[in-house]
Design a protein around this ligand. Structure first.
Ligand code: ADP
Length: 408
């Protein structure tokens, strides 16, 4: 609904009504003065006085009308603001009975009509009710933040005493999203420190071993230096992936779209990873449906997604297994898939593997940073597509992603 339009219509109707009342009153007063003037025996001074009274009353009415109009317009504006606010606003009397509630308050407390109910009944939370009680007792502003586990909400309440009516004004803010973001940030920092600590500790140990005599034993020194290189490469990959992720998440990247056939994309990714698959003792092949459209995609980034998926498939499939790359047309989009016959992912973890740093089993050999899939998710979603996985432990996994024709 267009609230601005409704608001304007209300103001116009009220203004028209006042204008009409004002006009009618002036007309009646003039009529009355004319009648008096026409009656025999009326002195001109009396008539003059009557006319003065009439115009004073008319002027008073006019001032009153303007004030009333301003008041009504402000009241309507205030009502619109309260109606549209995402924060909840409640007014309670001294006994804690709610006298006013805006729609957001009803939504936040999941109570469609809170008016005439008690604060305890509406809020259903001991800490929030206590905050109101404290405010009533002390006459001081009180604030309280609580988590409502059953409703998956995190709310902040500010209770302001109303000195005149001895009731209180209650402001409620939904901090659920902010809180979730804060948790994600905290987890990210803690995961990052954890991920950095392991290779740094290894580097330190290797350097110390070299210093303590291994340098004099060339074959051992070569082996340690090789390990240092591996750790540095892992750190380098993590830093690059973090930079890529931060670039994508902050929106500081743009797609470089160019027309590419879906099969060419698969073949190119397959070629890049063929040697790695062979070294792991796996066979890899492409199954691409005929007649898939050629359309603009960011080739480099989508190839990066496929390479990531193939890299994982190779990493988590034992020698003798198979990796298949597929592409087929669906109504409105092309669906790509990377299927392996590897170790699989437990059902309760499939949805979590796209989170930053999430790894199914951190002790699994060959595990990486846990960032690859979250980068892939961002790239696919920036093309307007979706990415997901299906897996059976011990049998293998299939990673799918779609790219809509509109983007293609
Ligand atoms: P990583 O660098 O650890 O591979 P990803 O974000 O690419 O990071 O993957 C996250 C986790 O998802 C992996 O650590 C692994 O546990 C799981 N995973 C991804 N792909 C596969 C797969 N094809 N088979 C089994 N597990 C997989």
């Amino acid at each position: 609904m267009d609230y601005a339009l409704v608001f304007t219509i209300i103001i116009l109707v009220v203004a028209a009504w006042y204008a009409w009342r004002y006009y009618k009153l002036r007309r009646d007063l003039n009529e009355f003065a004319r009648t008096i003037r026409q009656q025999p025996g009326q002195s001109s001074t009396d008539i003059k006085e009557l006319e003065d009274v009439s115009s004073a009353i008319a002027s008073l009415i006019s001032t009153f009308t303007v004030q009333q109009l301003t008041l009504d317009s402000e009241r309507a504006r205030l009502a619109t603001v309260l109606e549209q606010m995402t924060d909840g606003v409640l007014i309670a009397d001294a006994q804690g009975l709610i006298q006013f509630a805006n729609p957001a308050a009803g939504r936040l407390f999941q109570t469609p009509n809170p008016i005439h109910r008690s604060i305890a009944e509406v809020m259903r939370n001991h800490q929030l009710v206590e905050a109101w009680r404290r405010c009533q007792q002390t006459g001081q502003i009180q604030s309280e933040s609580v988590e409502m586990p059953t409703r998956h909400q995190y709310l902040q309440l500010v209770v302001i005493p109303d000195q005149h009516a001895s009731g209180s004004l209650l402001l409620v803010q939904d901090l659920t999203r902010l809180r979730r973001l804060e948790t994600v940030r905290r987890d990210f920092v803690s995961n990052l420190s954890h991920e950095l600590r392991t290779p740094i500790a290894s580097l330190k140990a290797l350097a110390e071993t070299l210093q303590e005599g291994a340098l004099d034993d060339p074959p051992a020194a070569r082996q340690f230096i090789g390990q240092i290189q591996t750790e540095v490469d892992a750190l380098n990959q993590m830093v690059n992936e973090l930079l890529e992720l931060s670039k994508i998440e902050s929106g500081r990247f743009s797609l470089d779209l160019a027309p590419v056939a879906a099969c060419d994309l698969l073949n190119s990714a397959c070629q890049r990873m063929q040697l790695q698959a062979e070294r792991a003792g796996l066979t890899m092949r492409v199954e691409c449906a005929d007649g898939l459209p050629e359309a603009p995609i960011d080739l480099q980034r989508l190839e990066q997604v496929l390479v990531n998926l193939i890299h994982n498939a190779v990493k988590f499939t034992r020698a003798g297994g198979e990796v298949v790359l597929l592409a087929e047309a669906e109504p409105g989009f092309v669906r790509f898939a990377v299927r392996d016959t590897g170790v699989g992912i437990p059902a309760d973890e499939v949805s979590r593997i796209f989170e930053r740093f999430y790894r199914v089993d951190k002790s699994r050999a060959g595990s990486g940073t846990g960032l690859g899939l979250s980068i892939a998710k961002h790239i696919v979603e920036s093309h307007g597509g979706k990415i997901w996985a299906e897996s059976v432990v011990g049998q293998g996994s299939t990673f799918y992603f779609t790219i809509p024709f509109a983007t293609l």
